[in-house]
Write a protein that binds this ligand. Structure first.
Ligand SMILES: [Cu+2]
Length: 405
């Protein structure tokens, strides 16, 4: 792929830029004698652009390719250092990184005074990231050759690739390179460039402490909570999570004995580049008193004890076990969850939360091989407050409020 092959403003925000500018960009590209075959959009888009050409005036979206420095910006000759970075992240969990590593997980990148450091950046996420380097201006290599513009931030659109280069001219020290959306930065999207002479910085009398504080940002544990108070009882969850780990406990407490109570907790680590895999260990305890723990047929005759779908005796009425399992995120953010408990009972579960039905209405569901199910709706009233209703195989139908943090 080439640099600046596609201005994603056009793709991501057509309501702002209009689709017309695709044609304009192509024209500009042609004027510059550039090979723009990579810039072509999917057919439907270019067709639309062509149809609109007759009716709308040309709209020009400014992009980095058009920027030209009036002076030559060629860097002083020096040994070339080429580094590649992929801008990565997990939009669902809101974790941001470079090459799938956050600042505290990666080593400093040693550079030498006099080097030309070239960074080839590819934004492999569906968000834009304004990448910023402290202490240096960098050249954005574009079609302008020797007149490539100097910047200290480059705003990278989704799936865009850019090459920037800077002259390592500072006397020494550490320089932070990071996304300038501050909550991306704090979640770990950055790297530290260190000059090899490692000059002490008089502003940082205690470098160990400073590093600990910097690393604390992306190691931070975030609490989350969802507490439902509904006519059939309370259910909810409490969660503590950071970049890699999650500890979570869920509960269901009924208003009477035969609804009983149950609580399930998981602790695990997200694995893989996309964090789709989540192995965990945990515990599960529940108790409820049924008038009759056996299933009856249509004629009221007792059947064998209740079983799960694997034919194992169901321990839904009293269970105090540890368990181990694996969650896997399927397409559409469906969570598949298979586990085995310390009594050898298996369970497979499918669930999905927060399915948007309308701007404010969300649907969620859960089914598992213990023949449990749950369906619910919540209506977002404010950031922390939802109206909610759900139908649960154990607790029946309820409605009330859910407090979200
Ligand atoms: Cu970012």
């Amino acid at each position: 792929m080439q640099n600046q092959i596609m201005d994603m403003n056009t793709v991501m925000y057509p309501e702002v830029t209009g689709e017309e500018n695709q044609k304009t960009e192509k024209k500009i590209g042609d004027m510059q004698g550039h090979d723009m075959h990579n810039m072509q959009m999917p057919d439907s888009n270019s067709m639309q652009g062509m149809n609109m050409a007759a009716e709308t005036p040309d709209i020009v979206t400014l992009n980095y390719t058009m920027l030209r420095d009036p002076n030559k910006t060629t860097l002083p000759a020096g040994p070339l250092r080429e580094l590649h970075f992929t801008l990565t992240g997990n939009m669902n969990r809101y974790v941001w990184s470079l090459d799938n590593k956050v600042v505290s997980e990666s080593d400093r990148i040693l550079i030498k005074k006099g080097e030309t450091v070239q960074l080839i950046l590819f934004n492999n996420s569906m968000m834009r990231h304004p990448m910023h380097l402290h202490g240096h201006d960098f050249r954005v290599l574009n079609a302008q050759g020797e007149h490539s513009p100097m910047k200290n931030i480059i705003d990278m659109m989704p799936m865009e690739q850019d090459t920037i280069e800077f002259a390592a001219t500072e006397p020494g020290g550490d320089w932070f390179f990071h996304c300038h959306i501050l909550y991306h930065m704090m979640s770990g999207m950055g790297r530290i460039f260190r000059y090899d002479n490692n000059l002490p910085n008089p502003d940082i009398p205690n470098p160990k402490l400073a590093q600990r504080k910097l690393f604390a940002d992306d190691r931070m544990v975030h609490p989350m909570a969802k507490v439902g108070l509904e006519s059939n009882g309370s259910d909810g969850e409490l969660m503590f999570a950071n970049t890699r780990y999650r500890l979570q406990t869920e509960w269901r407490v009924g208003l009477n004995q035969h609804h009983g109570y149950e609580s399930e907790s998981h602790f695990g680590r997200y694995l893989g580049r996309m964090q789709w895999l989540f192995p965990y260990i945990g515990w599960d305890f529940r108790k409820r008193t049924l008038e009759n723990p056996f299933e009856k047929n249509l004629f009221g005759q007792l059947l064998a004890p209740r079983t799960n779908l694997f034919g194992q005796t169901n321990t839904k009425n009293f269970r105090q076990v540890f368990h181990a399992g694996i969650e896997y995120t399927l397409p559409m953010l469906l969570i598949a969850d298979g586990s085995i408990d310390s009594e050898g009972k298996l369970r497979f579960q499918l669930k999905r939360e927060d399915i948007p039905v309308s701007k404010r209405l969300r649907f969620n569901f859960l089914v598992n091989t213990d023949k449990e199910y749950q369906l619910g709706f919540s209506y977002i009233v404010t950031k922390y407050f939802n109206l909610s209703t759900h139908l649960d195989s154990d607790m029946g139908l309820g409605a009330g409020i859910t407090i979200v943090y």
